[in-house]
Design a protein around this ligand. Structure first.
Ligand code: VG1
Ligand code: CO
Length: 540
């Protein structure tokens, strides 16, 4: 029986950079999840066929059953669910596209910790497999603030542990293998024969799944299909609290892997992915590849992968991502786009056939094989390059800098700072913009200061307020942004970049090379005084 419930409507359901993220306890408030889901269905509907899955974090099971009952009450005819309710974000994108669904719900708070006292998240992806664009998320937000009722089918939970088709009211629920379609797509993209030979040679690799969703995907693809040694994938069993960890593949939170890779007897290649499987970190033997450089290396070596044998259509990067890839695009003679932060801004460019490779400095890389960034895909791309070039990760990076010069790059994150202090810091920076232009700070002269805004070249939609930029006349820059994915206080991100053309000066430590810019950023923002912080929480 279908029941209509009145909903109190909520004022805090505006999706951020990637969906709605809140503490689990917040999501557990009566009607909270339902209010959001009904608003989505009202805005994007009618949805006939949809995909549903999540990263397996705490509350995934409960949320899936609620969404299924709501889908059944809202005229959805078929839902494709990953077995046990699991789908990595890139796999969900793959499945939406493959089965030509109208869209899908992805349940994840990505790299944020999980558990009863931690984070949960939900987002809606469109029929192209990509995150809903800003105009849709804004319409959803408007709907959440004045929803009056939602409908739900009264029914028992359904068992999602076995593959097959079951019915819920008039709706079909197809439970699929969460890994198979994605693994097939990877096989069609890369040279599995070459990668397999590499992995079966004396080449050693470690992949850290961080007890999150990529465990089963990595085991099947790396160990079962490609023949990497058993145990190559560590922390492979997904846990609802990610083992108490912070599933963010960076030098701070992927410490276990970092310790293995920065060691005397380190393997040749190390990689990690995040909670929902869309991020990647690439490490060599005692060597870290900055994500912006990783994007540039993939672009420069793209033809190593059979799917890119004919070259790239074009490249896009988010604004804070370093311009290393721009140099590659220029050399290749392809278009290069600079978009705001968040994968939703790449969808139109990919759909229009303008770009085939996209990336963000936040450990996100992907292509038009799906419409999400894709962690394992990036790892396989590196393996494919290593298999073709038969040299080390470090050598590949050094060769790249020799050819293109190096964009020294770092991001400093100050997590969970007081929200008011963070807003005031941004206001303080903005207030200096006019007087800063033309000023010389140490060896840098300010050329432009602005608040980044973007006009989508395909549909002309405009996004403003995407980050404060201080651009120097030699191409160096400092960018300040407030995170749109955190759930506690505010996170201030400072992005620092400078360019070095001289190959003999490309081997410095990034923090040393950027130390003057770091000082300037501290002075201009008064960060220490305003937040009481003396050190970043995470340095990339
Ligand atoms: C962060 C990253 C951004 C990324 C987003 C979602 O956003 O900076 O590049 O697209 O997370 O990634 P923000 O607003 O906190 O800076 V995922 O893997 O969390 O969904
Ligand atoms: Co993620």
């Amino acid at each position: 029986m279908i029941h209509s419930h009145s909903s109190p409507s909520f004022s805090d359901q505006r999706p951020g950079t990637s969906g709605l993220r809140k503490k689990v306890k917040h999501f557990q408030q009566q009607h909270y999840l339902e209010n959001f889901v009904q608003s989505v269905l009202n805005v994007v509907g009618p949805v006939k066929k949809m995909v549903l899955g999540g990263d397996g974090r705490y509350f995934n099971d409960t949320a899936i059953q609620i969404i299924l009952r709501m889908a059944a009450a809202n005229g959805v005819q078929e839902v494709i669910v990953g077995q046990s309710g699991i789908l990595s974000t890139p796999a969900a994108s793959c499945v939406i596209r493959k089965y030509q669904a109208d869209g899908g719900f992805i349940l994840s708070a990505s790299h944020n910790p999980a558990g009863p006292d931690e984070d949960f998240g939900i987002k809606y992806n469109m029929g192209n497999g990509g995150p809903a664009p800003e105009k849709v998320t804004e319409a959803i937000y408007a709907a959440t603030t004045n929803l009056e009722h939602y409908t739900l089918l009264e029914a028992d939970d359904i068992n999602l542990n076995n593959q097959g088709t079951v019915t819920l009211g008039d709706m079909q629920v197809q439970i699929i293998d969460a890994v198979a379609d994605y693994a097939e797509l990877m096989q069609s993209f890369f040279d599995f024969k070459a990668i397999g030979s590499l992995l079966k040679s004396d080449f050693r690799m470690k992949f850290d799944a961080m007890h999150a969703v990529t465990g089963p995907y990595a085991k099947v693809i790396l160990e079962d299909i490609l023949g990497a040694a058993k145990g190559t994938v560590m922390n492979a069993i997904p846990l609802s609290d990610f083992g108490g960890g912070h599933p963010d593949p960076n030098l701070t939170y992927a410490k276990e892997l970092v310790d293995i890779m920065f060691n005397e007897n380190a393997p040749d290649f190390g990689a990690a992915s995040d909670g929902d499987g869309d991020r990647n970190m690439i490490l060599g033997n005692n060597f870290f590849v900055n994500p912006s450089d990783s994007l540039a290396v993939i672009a420069a070596n793209a033809t190593c992968a059979p799917a890119c044998a004919d070259g790239l259509k074009g490249i896009a990067r988010s604004m804070p991502t370093s311009a290393a890839v721009d140099r590659v695009a220029e050399k290749l003679g392809v278009e290069c786009f600079e978009t705001p932060t968040g994968w939703k801004f790449f969808g139109n460019l990919m759909d229009a056939g303008r770009v085939s490779l996209c990336g963000e400095e936040s450990f996100g890389t992907g292509s038009d094989h799906v419409r999400e960034k894709d962690g394992l895909w990036a790892v396989l791309f590196w393996l494919n390059i290593l298999a073709v070039r038969q040299t080390s990760v470090q050598n590949i990076m050094m060769d790249h800098w020799k050819e293109y010069g190096r964009n020294y790059y770092s991001r400093h994150d100050y997590e969970a700072v007081d929200s008011q202090a963070a807003t005031d810091l941004m206001t303080h920076l903005r207030a200096q913009f006019t007087s800063l232009v033309g000023q010389t700070l140490g060896r840098y002269t300010v050329a432009v200061c602005d608040d980044f805004s973007y006009t989508d070249p395909i549909d002309q939609s405009v996004s403003t307020g995407q980050g404060l930029r201080i651009l120097f006349d030699d191409g160096s820059r400092i960018v300040f942004r407030l995170s749109g994915t955190g759930t506690q206080g505010a996170t201030i991100r400072i992005y620092l970049e400078s360019y070095e053309a001289d190959a003999s000066r490309c081997n410095q430590d990034a923090q040393d090379a950027l130390s003057d810019l770091i000082d300037i950023a501290m002075q201009l923002s008064q960060l220490k005084e305003r937040t009481g912080r003396t050190q970043p929480t995470v340095i990339t």
